[in-house]
Write a new protein. Structure first.
Length: 115
């Protein structure tokens, strides 16, 4: 059983930056592919970015390419999402996901981008 805890959310003005973290425990972190997803009010959950177990391959939603960067530190059992040039449309609850056969989700962290 893997437990995922997100942190780093908050309120920021457009153009600002935030760094989200997702700390994993209870499993062998390095074997899991990891992803960040988000869900805005009234919308379905959508993929933001993913990274393979080794960190060698990343994938991004078109809406965040060039602004967000996903990375992982297997020694710290943590995956990160660096978010730059934030826009009001990035406002959402951000969820961390671990998957490789089994799938685990964190409870989310809220990001609000507004003036």
């Amino acid at each position: 059983q893997v437990q995922l805890v997100e942190s780093g959310g908050g309120s920021v003005q457009p153009g600002g930056s935030l760094r989200l973290s997702c700390a994993a425990s209870g499993g062998i972190f390095r074997i899991y592919n990891m992803g960040w997803f988000r869900q805005a009010p009234g919308k379905e959950r959508e993929l933001v970015a993913t990274v393979t177990w080794s960190g060698g391959i990343t994938n991004y939603a078109d809406s965040v390419k060039g602004r967000f960067t996903i990375s992982r530190d297997n020694a710290k059992n943590t995956v990160y999402l660096q978010m730059n040039r934030l826009e009001p449309e990035d406002t959402a609850v951000y969820y961390c996901k671990a998957y490789t056969g089994m799938v685990y989700w964190g409870k989310g962290t809220l990001v609000t981008v507004s003036l």
